[in-house]
Design a binder for this molecule. Structure first.
Ligand SMILES: [Zn+2]
Length: 258
């Protein structure tokens, strides 16, 4: 994403270019590597990168604090992706954030919790996030579809900082392009018992990482800083892949923001 040639990265790690390619594919280096020299080349914080490679992981999040939030993880062909269902406990009105790859997971969660699906929010239009859209919309044709202003999907494009009421919950949006041109982040607040607000970030930000992109890394990082890391530090971050995290954890540990 910063246009650094693969052979320069390989050299800084003491690898050949084919060894680097194999490492990128397998995730396992051919031998113990010193990653410190590669950090500045990739514009990463060296101490944070080392910490991550030593096995840093955000502390597990106790989701029982957010009783009206479910993380649904679907799988296909070795790929796994999260989507999220949020609802108001009293009115049972629900909002779905992305669909994942197995729409039955979503449909069953709606039935089991006796919910009415009112809104569907799309964080970005990569297939693993919207693959279930057709099936879910066929079963819930009255649910409104919300997408980034930049989305090619036809309906209900977000207006910046629009807000929407779902029972007592409030949902707002922020544009977070980078990993995807139509990347959007949704923020849900006003949970009962003062549980912190929740940000559904799609693939813009992951625990200790960010979503891959072809170029424009600096602009995307600035957007994430501005639109996501500026949220209150206890905000729960719900990404499309990998563990849940918080604004505080990412501000302190994410090597892309050192
Ligand atoms: Zn994606």
């Amino acid at each position: 994403m910063h246009g650094v040639p693969a052979d320069a990265v390989a050299k800084s790690l003491g690898l050949t270019t084919p060894e680097l390619k194999a490492f990128e594919q397998s995730g396992t280096p051919p031998r113990t590597l010193d990653f410190v020299p590669v950090a500045p080349l990739l514009k990463l914080s060296a101490p944070r990168l080392e910490n991550l490679l030593r096995g840093w992981h955000p502390p597990a999040v106790d989701l029982t604090l957010w009783r009206e939030l479910r993380q649904l993880t679907s799988h296909r062909d070795g790929l796994s992706v999260h989507c999220y269902l949020v609802w108001d406990e009293v009115t049972r009105e629900a909002a779905l954030f992305d669909t994942g790859l197995e729409p039955d997971l979503v449909l069953n969660a709606i039935t089991e919790n006796d919910l009415t699906l009112r809104q569907i929010f799309v964080t970005h239009s990569h297939f693993d996030h919207i693959d279930g859209l057709e099936v879910i919309r066929a079963r819930h044709p009255r649910a409104h579809l919300h997408t980034s202003a930049a989305s090619a999907l036809p309906q209900h494009r977000n207006k910046p900082n629009d807000f929407l009421q779902l029972g007592s919950l409030r949902i707002t949006n922020r544009e977070t392009p980078g990993h995807a041109e139509d990347g959007a982040t949704y923020i849900v607040g006003n949970f009962p018992e003062d549980a912190a607000r929740v940000a559904l970030v799609g693939d813009a930000l992951f625990a200790g990482s960010i979503g891959g992109m072809g170029g424009g890394g600096d602009a995307a990082r600035a957007k994430i800083r501005e639109q996501i890391l500026s949220l209150p530090s206890d905000t729960l971050l719900c990404p499309g892949h990998g563990p849940l995290t918080t604004v505080a954890e990412e501000k302190e540990h994410n090597p892309f923001f050192g």
